[in-house]
Design a protein around this ligand. Structure first.
Ligand SMILES: [Zn+2]
Length: 276
């Protein structure tokens, strides 16, 4: 694989009072997929969202968090795809990690096999070990260092089980892989239910949508994501598969970045390949 390591992109998405919301994006180059992870910096501590994919970016994301000179209260893992949890083993093994019980179970059962499977492709960019999150979250409202988090369990979208976090005081919706901002989406068999999530976002009061890939998004980009799923569903209904499907989507959405995602999901979507 062609995986150049380049400078990450760091963005302060919002600053209100004592709260800064940061986004950290890994490379868009080559076969990279612009993994986006986030930090909610409040008066006394930090909450992190996801742990990056490749070792150098996990370490750089940790260094960025440490540069803020506040303790990490916790890290929320959004879902079980490796590009969100591999980096936990590289840079966050000392952090309290929270995720859904289904995600914890999956990592216990398949985490090591997934790591070993990726070693061949990623070499030393893969983690040396798997870190299993210690804490199961349930949906509801949490206050951490004075910031309100609304945690929701979302099923059958880009993944079977995942969480989103909303920060109603700031109009910020941490959607992770419900949104691919400016990049090609990882498609699954759950397109209809996923589209309903976009419809909810577009009619909500939230204005900023933090994605799992690419730059912070607005409702225009959520609309583009919805258009992408509508086109994909139509193409699948028309019988397109694999390379034909990929060529159709590349032509239809020529400005979206990170086409390497097709080769990750096409065998799973059309040929029943293993989920990890
Ligand atoms: Zn992802």
């Amino acid at each position: 694989m062609n995986i150049p390591i380049t400078n990450p992109i760091k963005i302060v998405v919002k600053h209100v009072g004592d709260v800064h919301i940061h986004t950290f994006i890994s490379s868009y180059e080559g076969d990279n997929i612009a993994n986006a992870t986030h930090i909610i910096e409040s008066k006394n501590e930090l909450v992190l969202i996801d742990g990056q994919f490749l070792k150098p970016y996990a370490q750089k994301f940790r260094a960025y968090a440490d540069s803020l000179k506040k303790p990490i209260a916790r890290l929320y893992l959004s879902h079980r795809h490796p590009d969100h949890w591999f980096g936990l083993g590289d840079a966050f093994s000392d952090v309290e990690i929270y995720t859904l019980p289904e995600t914890i179970e999956f990592l216990k059962e398949h985490g090591e096999a997934s790591r070993e499977d990726h070693m061949g492709k990623l070499g030393d960019l893969a983690p040396d070990k798997v870190v299993i999150p210690q804490h199961a979250v349930s949906p509801g409202v949490e206050f951490i260092d004075g910031v309100q988090y609304v945690i929701e369990r979302v099923i059958d979208t880009e993944i079977d089980y995942g969480i989103t976090l909303k920060l109603p005081e700031f109009g910020v919706f941490i959607a992770q892989d419900l949104i691919y901002s400016g990049t090609h989406l990882y498609l699954t068999k759950y397109l209809d239910h996923w589209m309903e999530q976009f419809e909810d976002m577009l009619t909500s009061d939230y204005e900023v949508f933090l994605p799992g890939h690419g730059a912070p998004a607005d409702k225009k980009e959520v609309t583009e994501n919805l258009k992408y799923l509508i086109a994909a569903k139509q193409a699948i209904d028309d019988g397109l598969k694999n390379q034909e499907f990929k060529q159709f989507m590349l032509q239809k959405f020529p400005t979206r970045q990170c086409p390497a995602i097709f080769d990750i999901y096409l065998p799973r979507l059309f040929d029943g390949a293993s989920e990890y």
